[in-house]
Design a protein around this ligand. Structure first.
Ligand code: ADP
Length: 225
């Protein structure tokens, strides 16, 4: 893969974006930028913004585009991403956000190299989300099928591992509806621009990682020529 690549991961809630982005960021040595993790940090810090964000998140609603675009614009201006690139997880989620990302990229002369759609059918993600757990401190993902080693204590930082506040049945159903209506159009949007690769997200997480790295390497080398 080209050094300093800029990648975007799309995929339904529960498709495994968070888990796979952490692994890919480690493999490619680029920052993992997760808007969900950034918002959960703000919630944990208890800022006014965090309190407001929590209302949207618990209801399964998207935060307004202008708010999210401001956050991402600021993050992408930091030196680690301008030097090395990034893996974006959870942004863009609307066509308005994709337009904004394209503007940021144009202004900085740093176009997005590849957009991966991590594809997992809806019935499977619903099963996965009901089993998903997360460390309240470092936000490492776990599952009932793949728990931490000791009594729901995070392997990474020793934090408590719990179900997310927004993983209620109602909020999940609503987030999946919003995904179909507002985020899935981005698959065509990026495909028309020649930037999309679809990767099968089914199977063991290690197999999915191998598939992702293989396809990203293949496509980014193709872009480089
Ligand atoms: P999920 O993919 O399961 O919805 P995330 O951790 O990516 O979880 O996001 C959690 C919540 O944070 C979302 O439901 C939404 O309220 C908010 N959020 C994250 N990213 C965005 C975004 N790009 N635009 C609007 N809201 C966002």
């Amino acid at each position: 893969m080209i050094p300093g690549a800029r990648l975007v991961l799309l995929g339904r809630q529960g498709a495994g974006k968070g888990t796979q982005c952490v692994r890919m960021a480690r493999h490619y040595v680029v920052p993992h930028i997760s808007t969900g993790d950034m918002l959960r940090m703000a919630v944990k810090e208890g800022t006014d913004f965090g309190r407001k964000a929590k209302e949207f998140m618990d209801a399964g609603e998207l935060l307004p585009d202008d708010v999210m675009c401001g956050i991402v614009r600021e993050r992408l201006a930091r030196e680690d991403t301008t030097n090395r690139g990034y893996i974006l997880d959870g942004f863009p989620r609307t066509v308005g956000q994709a337009d904004e990302l394209a503007s940021i990229a144009r202004e900085g002369g740093q176009p997005v190299d590849l957009v991966v759609d991590l594809e997992v059918p809806e019935d499977i993600v619903i099963q996965r989300i009901s089993k998903r757990r997360m460390c309240v401190d470092c936000q490492t993902n776990y599952s009932v099928d793949s728990p931490p080693r000791y009594d729901w204590t995070c392997d990474n930082c020793g934090g408590e591992v719990l179900q997310r506040d927004d993983d209620t049945e109602e909020a999940i159903r609503h987030r999946l509806e919003i995904y179909s209506e507002q985020t899935s159009p981005l698959i065509e949007w990026y495909s028309e621009r020649g930037l999309l690769v679809v990767v099968d997200g089914l199977g063991h997480p290690d197999d999915v990682t191998q598939r992702l790295i293989r396809d990203v390497d293949h496509r980014t080398r193709r872009i480089v020529g």
